[in-house]
Design a protein around this ligand. Structure first.
Ligand SMILES: *Cc1c(COP(=O)(O)O)cnc(C)c1O
Length: 395
C-alpha cells in the first residue's frame, strides 16, 4: 500500500500526550516552562521510588564510573547479588535477568515449555492464558494475550496458547488438557483495568495445576515490586506460582526484567538454552539492588500498605460523593483503578489539566499508580484534584 503522507522520524506507534518533562523529583514531574504535575503514572508502575531517589542516583553514578557492561561470558557480581536477594525474598530458587517485561515473560514461556520437554512430555507445550491480559509486545507475548489491537496484521501468531475469559473457572477447567504445559496470568490485571482474581479462584487453580503437573506462571511485571504493599502480589493472595516474571518497578526506571522460578520449574533451562547480551549488566543490576535496599528496609512495605489503605479510603470517599462520575474503585496497595462512568481518556485528560498524571486502562478505568514513597499530604492533593474534576463535570 502506498501512502504519500510523510512519516515522523519517530515511528508513530504511540499517540503521545503533548507534554515533555525536564526533571523529576520525588512524586513530581516538572516541565521546562515551570508547570509541575503530581505523578500517579510513574512511567506505568516503574518509578516505584519516585523520581531521582538519592540512593538510586548514587548507585547509578557509582556503577557508571566503575563498569557498565561485560556480557554473561563472565561472572557479574551485581547480577549474582541481585539473584541471591530475589531468591532470599521470594518463592524462587533461581533467576534469569533480561531487559524488559516482555523479555521476562518470553523467558517464562520458554521455561514452562522446556520443563515439560525436559521430563519427556514434549507434547505438553500449550499454555492457558486469560482474555484482557497484557504480557508485552513480542510475538510470543502478543500471541499469549491476544486482543485485536495487539495482534491484527501480525499473523502468523505463535501457536500454543489457549485463551479463556478472565476469571471463568469452567472455561479454564475445560481448556486444561493433557497438552497443557502451564497456566499463565497476571494475578492482578494491569492494562486490563486493575482486575484482581478471587483468592478462591487462585487457590483452586493452584490445586488444579498440582493435580496435573501443570506449571503456574504469574506475570508480576506490573503488580510486583512492592506495588501491592508486599514485595510480590502473590504473597497477598496465598498462592505461590512456579515461575514469575518481573520488570517495571524492579529497576525503578532503569530497564531490567527477570524471570524467577523454582528449581523444579527451571530444570530444563541448562547451559546455552537461553540468554541475553544486555541482560544482567552491571549498571541495571546495581540500580535494581539499590531499589531492593530501599524496599527491604524495615517498615518500607508497611508504609506502602498504610498509604495504600489511605488512598483506597479517600478514593472510596470520592466515589461515594460522586456516584455519577465514579462507578467503583478496585485494586490493592498503591495499584488502584477508578472505573469512571464517562470516557476514561477524557477523565485522564481533565485530571492532567488539573495537575495529576494517571494512566488509562481497559474497562473504562484510570489507574492510580503513585510512587510507593507518596505522602499522605500528596495523596490528599491528588484526591482534591480528582474531586475538582468530578465537580466540574457535574456542574
Ligand atoms: C508492562 C507489562 C509487560 C511488558 O513489559 P515491557 O517492559 O513493556 O516489555 C508485561 N506484563 C505486564 C503485566 C505488564 O504490565
Amino acid at each position: 500500500m502506498s501512502q504519500n503522507a510523510a512519516i515522523p522520524s519517530l515511528l508513530p506507534v504511540y499517540s503521545r500526550i503533548d507534554l515533555a518533562f525536564e526533571r523529576g523529583e520525588g512524586c513530581w514531574l516538572h516541565t521546562r516552562d515551570g508547570r509541575r504535575f503530581l505523578d500517579f503514572s510513574t512511567g506505568i508502575a516503574v518509578n516505584g521510588l519516585g523520581h531521582c531517589h538519592p540512593h538510586l542516583v548514587q548507585a547509578l553514578h557509582d556503577q557508571a564510573s566503575r563498569l557498565w557492561h561485560v556480557s554473561n561470558l563472565f561472572r557479574i557480581e551485581q547480577l549474582e547479588r541481585l539473584a541471591d536477594r530475589l531468591v532470599a525474598h521470594s518463592f524462587a530458587e533461581t533467576v534469569f535477568v533480561g531487559n524488559s517485561g516482555a523479555e521476562a515473560m518470553e523467558a517464562c514461556i520458554k521455561m514452562a515449555r522446556r520443563f515439560q520437554w525436559h521430563r519427556g512430555q514434549a507434547e505438553r507445550n500449550r499454555i492457558v492464558t486469560f482474555e484482557g491480559a497484557f504480557h508485552g509486545r513480542t510475538m510470543a507475548t502478543i500471541s499469549a494475550a491476544g486482543g485485536a489491537k495487539m495482534v491484527d496484521g501480525f499473523a502468523p501468531l505463535l501457536e500454543g496458547f489457549d485463551r479463556v475469559p478472565f476469571g471463568d473457572w469452567a472455561a479454564l477447567e475445560a481448556a486444561v488438557t493433557d497438552r497443557t504445559a502451564a497456566v499463565m496470568m497476571e494475578p492482578i490485571q494491569g492494562e486490563g483495568g486493575i482486575r484482581p482474581l478471587e483468592r478462591q479462584f487462585l487457590a483452586d487453580l493452584r490445586e488444579l495445576c498440582d493435580a496435573h503437573d501443570i506449571l503456574l506462571v504469574f506475570d508480576e511485571v506490573q503488580c510486583g515490586m512492592g506495588r501491592t504493599g508486599r514485595l510480590f502480589a502473590y504473597e497477598h493472595l496465598g498462592v505461590t506460582p512456579d515461575i514469575m516474571g518481573l520488570a517495571k518497578g524492579l529497576g525503578g526506571g532503569f530497564p531490567i526484567g527477570a524471570c524467577v522460578a523454582t528449581a523444579r520449574a527451571a530444570s530444563g533451562m541448562t547451559a546455552s538454552t537461553h540468554g541475553s547480551t544486555f541482560g544482567g549488566n552491571p549498571l541495571a543490576c546495581a540500580v535494581a539492588n539499590a531499589v531492593l535496599d530501599v524496599m527491604l528496609e524495615d517498615g518500607f512495605l508497611d508504609q506502602v500498605n498504610a498509604r495504600g489503605a489511605y488512598l483506597r479510603e479517600q478514593a472510596e470517599g470520592l466515589a461515594g460523593r460522586h456516584p455519577d462520575e465514579i462507578e467503583l474503585v478496585r485494586g490493592t496497595g498503591l495499584m488502584l483503578g477508578i472505573k469512571t462512568r464517562r470516557n476514561n481518556l477524557e477523565f485522564a485528560a481533565e485530571l492532567r489539566a488539573a495537575g495529576l498524571l494517571v494512566v488509562p486502562a481497559a474497562d473504562n478505568v484510570v489507574r492510580l499508580l503513585p510512587p510507593l514513597v507518596i505522602s499522605e499530604a500528596e495523596i490528599d492533593q491528588a484526591i482534591e484534584m480528582i474531586e475538582s474534576c468530578c465537580r466540574a463535570r457535574a456542574a
